[in-house]
Design a protein around this ligand. Structure first.
Ligand SMILES: C[S@@+](CC[C@H](N)C(=O)[O-])C[C@H]1O[C@@H](n2cnc3c(N)ncnc32)[C@H](O)[C@@H]1O
Length: 214
């Protein structure tokens, strides 16, 4: 009999699972870290980012987010390997995943269209309801430019629904998105997103969360 693979647990216990492209049911966050565990978590975080992605994706919190999205169509830019997008698709959400640079199709969790975020927005903004950005880079202006284009294309296209963006990352001054993105974004307080964040796991010392902005 083969070794049984854990479907819920700490990030380091779940690496074999994500190497097989199986989305964990529930990721537990280590409560306290001794020195050995800090080293282990750093190593695992590196492996996680090159196998799955930058946030800790599990079935549990993505189901709550999928319930809030409902039948709205999501355009994801800067999707990386698309683990989050696959999790949402598994819950029945219509998500189009894009990234400017696809290092290796073998690493992708879903189909990723190779396109720059601005070009993706020009192509799909009027066919989508929500823009998704997870862990946009902090050292370039892709997040603020994408958000600006998303709002502009929809406004000029006559869309009257709010141009919401699901942003996953740290707050202003953290390691995701440029400052201009936060200066121009209006945070929308939603109890459903608070409920997602109660389930959202994060690596120790990382302060990412799910936000909805417009
Ligand atoms: C830190 S990774 C985050 C990937 C994924 N969203 C996640 O949460 O794991 C940032 C991604 O943004 C992409 N990216 C950066 N600038 C971009 C741009 N201007 N247009 C499209 N993709 C871009 C990179 O190729 C990379 O895959």
């Amino acid at each position: 009999m083969g070794e049984e693979i854990l479907r819920s647990g700490m990030p380091y216990e779940l690496l074999p699972l994500i190497k097989q492209k199986i989305i964990p049911q529930k990721i537990a966050v280590p409560a306290a870290l001794d020195f050995d565990n800090i080293i282990k978590v750093q190593r695992v975080r590196h492996e996680w980012t090159v196998t799955g992605g930058w946030c800790l994706v599990d079935v549990t919190w993505t189901k709550k987010l999928a319930d809030w999205i409902g039948d709205r169509v999501v355009l994801s830019v800067m999707s990386g390997f698309g683990m989050l997008e696959r999790a949402l698709q598994d819950h029945g959400v219509q998500v189009r995943a894009t990234d400017r640079h696809i290092e290796s199709f073998d690493r992708c969790w879903t189909h990723i269209e190779a396109v720059n975020c601005v070009a993706a927005i020009h192509k799909y903004a009027l066919k989508s309801d929500i823009l998704l950005m997870s862990w946009a880079p902090y050292d370039e202006d892709a997040a603020s430019v994408a958000a600006m284009e998303w709002r502009r294309v929809r406004r000029e296209g006559g869309v009257t629904d709010p141009s919401w963006i699901i942003f996953i990352g740290e707050s202003k001054g953290g390691c995701t998105a440029d400052d201009k993105f936060f200066d121009e974004a209006q945070l929308i307080e939603l109890p459903e997103i608070d409920a997602v964040n109660k389930l959202f796991p994060r690596f120790p010392s990382i302060h990412d969360r799910v936000m909805v902005v417009q």
